[in-house]
Ligand binder design. Structure first.
Ligand code: M6R
Length: 607
């Protein structure tokens, strides 16, 4: 999704903006641009009024294309904003890239989100003589600000008036020629300040300025921020100053580098042992088998509804099973579908599972649940995210920053955290699960040290399609295996509940479609899944068994990806790591853009 960076107070503003944009690349984008404002000479020395200058450079393409566009330009100014765009209104073209300017070129605006009433505003502004140069919804904003300035309002008043006209979601930052100020506003789209002694930053996500400061201020919906030479101020819609907490982010900038790996995705797959340790630290009593997740342990829900999207939805499916196994009615919903027919809530707990904490579909479902009086819990990776701030309770998964668009370590940490949640709030015993969780980081490391996934990937890189099957806790893993394969290889992949194959999908199975079967343990579920594997084998499809070797699935498999023996809940996490690696290696063999797959964004902040 789109990314915003702004800064005030540095001498190397342009470099700082471009650096910030490169740190936001992981969010997914198709164009980029910057705007820098400088006071005129006279005004700068305080002697007279001056128009000052505003330099805007933007283009479709990557940050490197922007760097090329900036070469030889005398773009300067102590105050600036930058943007990476992920197209919603209009194709990725130079004209549609942000920043957008008004008729005079004196007002520049960057925006994340969607302005729902933009067409009406555009018609009104066009009638009043404003000329539009792009297809975007955003462009109405600089024209609204321009109209306010023409009426004699100062910059802050003009921006506030413009914002008051907008309906929809936005994180907006504005610079005006001659003003050494960035003015920003947020509604339903993340915006965070980075504060330092002599500079202030503004961004849609912390990595954009984390190399410069670890002190942050999260803006809430309806708040405005003013960044200028004196520092920063946050105000509400009425202009009253809001007393904000300055928080410290506890992760190292190094964590957002590749540390020698070819891709962030591979690095993050290998970070899973550490991420899991962080998730579990201080929360499980390894000796006594008890779980402590703080006050959340008192929630004792009588029913749970999970809402989530994509990979997080797969974690939600797994979590609903955890609660049902503990005798608590629980269901997982695709967040985008939840509001289309909200089931009775009663006194159910509604849990939003979202690594970013900013997924618009999930936030919208959680808000709907809140409106209906439900208690809400956010299970998220992102401290200060909208989900964390809006929910009644928050459980952090503590995976550390995830840069690759494909969710990997956050899925493992979600499963671990959701196990803790179910153990603490719904189950009495669970010593065997606690032991398996305790061993999980080491088991993942064992698997990573000797995976075999690269060889399997090489064997099937030209396959026509990939199928994944599993039962019980392994069914969400089958879905997740397929999602990962689709998103980074661009090839057809499907995940099925193993028992469903014979009800239709078996027609797709051929010798050109490898089937990855997750089978662990030797119980009835395993026996039935082995039966499904035999059905596949009889149709000449290559079978890759992802297994701990306790069943006889290996007899029917062409390849085996081994898992350490453990509780079946933990086995799902391990099986998923093998499948992540297979997808990664297939994508790598195909030369795909692994960390930034086409058309995708890390954090999907529109519905
Ligand atoms: O930030 P969230 O967990 O709410 O994101 C939800 C999905 O957009 C996300 O899981 C997506 O499916 C992954 N990038 C897939 O790898």
């Amino acid at each position: 999704m789109c990314g915003i960076i702004g800064c005030v107070g540095r001498e190397d503003t342009l470099d700082t903006l471009v650096h910030g944009l490169s740190k936001l690349e992981y969010r997914g984008y198709d164009s980029a641009g910057v705007a820098l404002s400088e006071a005129g000479d006279d005004e700068a020395d305080g002697s007279a009024e001056s128009e000052g200058s505003l330099d805007v450079v933007k283009c479709a393409g990557k940050i490197d294309d922007l760097r090329t566009a900036l070469e030889g330009r005398e773009t300067s100014g102590p105050v600036g904003v930058g943007h990476t765009r992920w197209s919603t209104h209009g194709p990725p073209t130079d004209a549609n890239a942000h920043p957008h300017v008004d008729c005079t070129g004196q007002v520049a605006v960057v925006h994340n989100g969607i302005i729902e009433n933009y067409q009406a505003l555009r018609d009104e502004l066009s009638t009043a003589g404003h000329e539009f140069r792009s297809d975007t919804d955003t462009e109405v904003v600089p024209h609204l600000v321009e109209a306010g300035l023409r009426e004699g309002l100062d910059m802050e008043e003009a921006v506030r008036e413009a914002i008051a006209r907008l309906e929809g979601s936005y994180a907006i930052a504005v610079v005006v020629a001659g003003e050494e100020t960035v003015f920003a506003a947020r509604n339903d789209s993340p915006l965070v300040l980075g504060v330092d002694d002599d500079a202030t930053y503004l961004a849609s996500d912390v990595p954009a300025f984390r190399d410069f400061t670890d002190r942050v201020v999260y803006l809430a919906d309806g708040e405005f921020a003013r960044l200028d030479a004196a520092g920063w101020t946050v105000t509400d819609a009425a202009g009253e100053v809001v007393d904000k907490d300055v928080e410290t982010v506890d992760w190292d900038p190094e964590e957002t580098g590749k540390s020698g790996y070819d891709h962030f995705m591979l690095k993050e797959i290998h970070e899973q042992p550490r991420a899991l340790r962080q998730c579990l630290r201080g929360r499980v009593d390894e000796l006594g088998g008890a779980v402590d997740i703080g006050d959340l342990g008192d929630l004792s829900p009588t029913g749970v509804q999970f809402v989530a999207a994509g990979t997080s939805y797969h974690a939600a499916l797994y979590a609903a099973r955890l609660f049902r196994e503990a005798g608590v009615p629980a269901q997982a919903f695709l967040a985008s579908e939840y509001a289309t027919g909200v089931p009775p809530i009663g006194d159910a707990l509604v849990v939003g599972v979202t690594q970013s904490g900013e997924t618009a579909d999930t936030l919208s479902a959680m808000r709907e649940a809140s409106r209906r009086g439900a208690r809400t819990l956010a299970v998220t990776n992102t401290v200060g995210s909208t989900a964390a701030r809006e929910a009644d309770h928050t459980l952090y998964i503590r995976a550390g920053p995830e840069i690759g668009v494909a969710a990997t370590k956050t899925f493992a940490s979600q499963l671990a955290a959701l196990n803790l949640l179910s153990l603490a709030t719904a189950e009495s015993g669970g010593r065997d699960v606690v032991a398996a969780l305790r061993d999980l980081p080491g088991d993942v490391q064992t698997l990573l040290d000797d995976s075999g996934a690269a060889e399997v990937a090489a064997e099937f890189v030209d396959a026509g399609a990939y199928f994944f099957i599993g039962r019980g806790y392994h069914y969400p893993v089958a879905l997740e295996g397929a999602l990962k394969m689709k998103e980074i290889t661009y090839k057809h992949a499907e995940g099925f509940a193993a028992g469903e194959l014979k009800h239709g999908p078996l027609a797709l199975v051929t010798e050109d479609t490898p089937v990855f079967a997750v089978v662990t343990g030797d119980d009835e579920l395993a026996t039935k899944t082995v039966g499904n594997v035999k059905e596949v084998e009889a149709r000449d499809a290559p079978v890759v068994a992802v297994t701990d070797g306790q069943s006889d699935v290996e007899r029917y498999a062409d390849h085996v990806l081994e898992l350490p023996e453990t509780h079946r809940r933990a086995a799902s996490v391990l099986a998923n790591v093998q499948l992540q690696l297979v997808s990664y290696h297939v994508a790598n063999e195909l030369g795909r853009s692994i960390d930034k797959p086409r058309n995708l964004a890390k954090s999907v902040t529109v519905e």
